[in-house]
Design a protein around this ligand. Structure first.
Ligand code: MRU
Length: 363
């Protein structure tokens, strides 16, 4: 059956009594959607990475909270619902920021019906805000790409990215992809080096899929290639996403980001983080010490998923069956390796003072 997606194209949309999301485990081979009607299904979708990417996890969690309240018997069930969602994935702070915000607005309410209505309104608002925030990241980041092209108009702007911080990790636009899509609209030629991003291959599967869909020239590379490209002048700028940026600008993002930042530093290549303001953890001051890093099942390292010639999706074992594997989901790039933060309010240096200049209300 053909999937009817909303226009403009989004990653999460409402249906009667629920939401639909794209099953990101199936991309790029199959475009399938999953229906979510309950709290349990929302938590499952986040844990199993049917949805992933910090902003999209938060939006799914927001609807999960609403579904939980629809199943609840009394207002005091709120805290159990929040705990269930908070226990889904630990590193992306957007989920926690969103749930804290919803809790603050919902907990004073006296009636369950009121809470349900408010939770739905907040989930809808959070989705719409994400769209606008990501669009603004593009507006703020575009001049960086324009500047590179102005200085070297003889070739497309060469951007390297890691994992997927495109629209698939958000609702629309994406974070790293927003300046790229806006550059394309302005006629600035761009080419993206896409790290495949083992173990789950979000770059090869998801970033490559959405860049193809948007007609953006790109090349998938294995995770170890970036350093070589940087040494040979083949990268103008690195732009990656974030799962949590602490007050001082330290950034947790998909495992391997740190190594790209080291290579960029060694080759004097600007290394930027594109992040929505919802990804800032204003309560943490030191990324290495304070960010909880998710560890996932070793099978994600030992097995690789892909499509057979006949289109069926299957997994194959790539290690000896008995070998152990370690699957750490994220690493922290210290602020000293980051050239700047591209936020929805502007571009700033990766430190507390500069962030506070953009977000004075967080003083
Ligand atoms: O494990 P994932 O796929 O959820 O990790 C995603 C990332 O690391 C993204 O870079 C990040 O969430 C930003 S999405 C705009």
């Amino acid at each position: 059956m053909a999937v009817v997606t909303p226009k403009p194209f989004r990653t999460l949309w409402e249906i009667k009594d629920g939401i639909q999301v794209i099953d990101q485990r199936k991309l790029p081979h199959h475009f399938e959607v999953v229906n979510i009607f309950t709290l349990e299904q929302s938590v499952w979708a986040i844990k199993e990475m049917v949805v992933r990417g910090a902003p999209l996890i938060a939006c799914t969690g927001a609807y999960g909270l609403y579904f939980g309240l629809m199943e609840a018997k009394k207002t005091s069930d709120l805290s159990g619902i929040l705990t269930a969602i908070r226990n889904s994935r630990p590193t992306a702070v957007n989920l926690f920021n969103t749930l804290d915000r919803m809790e603050q607005e919902l907990s004073p309410l006296q009636e369950l019906g009121e809470m349900q209505k408010k939770a739905l309104a907040l989930a809808r608002l959070i989705v719409e805000e994400d769209v606008e925030i990501c669009r603004s990241i593009g507006v703020q980041g575009l001049p960086l790409l324009e500047d590179i092209y102005r200085k070297n108009p003889n070739r497309p702007v060469q951007i390297l990215t890691h994992c997927n911080a495109g629209m698939l990790g958000c609702i629309e636009w994406g974070t790293i992809s927003s300046p790229i899509y806006q550059a394309k609209e302005k006629g600035i030629p761009v080419h993206v080096w896409v790290d495949e991003t083992r173990p789950r291959n979000q770059g090869a599967n998801l970033t490559a899929w959405e860049l193809t869909k948007h007609g953006i020239d790109h090349t998938v590379i294995v995770d170890n290639t970036g350093g070589h490209l940087m040494q040979h002048g083949m990268v103008d700028i690195c732009i990656v996403g974030a799962d949590r940026v602490t007050r001082n600008g330290d950034t947790a993002n998909k495992i391997g980001t740190y190594l790209k930042a080291l290579a960029a530093k060694d080759n004097a290549i600007p290394f930027y983080i594109a992040l929505p303001s919802t990804t800032i953890d204003w309560n943490s001051f030191n990324g290495l010490k304070e960010i909880e890093i998710e560890e996932r099942h070793e099978d994600e390292v030992k097995y690789v998923w892909g499509a057979r010639e006949d289109g069926t999706i299957d997994k194959v074992l790539i290690t000896p069956k008995t070998s152990k594997a370690l699957n750490i989901g994220f690493d922290v790039t210290p602020n000293r390796l980051i050239t700047g933060l591209i936020t929805d309010r502007g571009v700033c240096a990766a430190n507390e003072e500069s962030l506070l200049n953009l977000f004075p209300e967080k003083h």
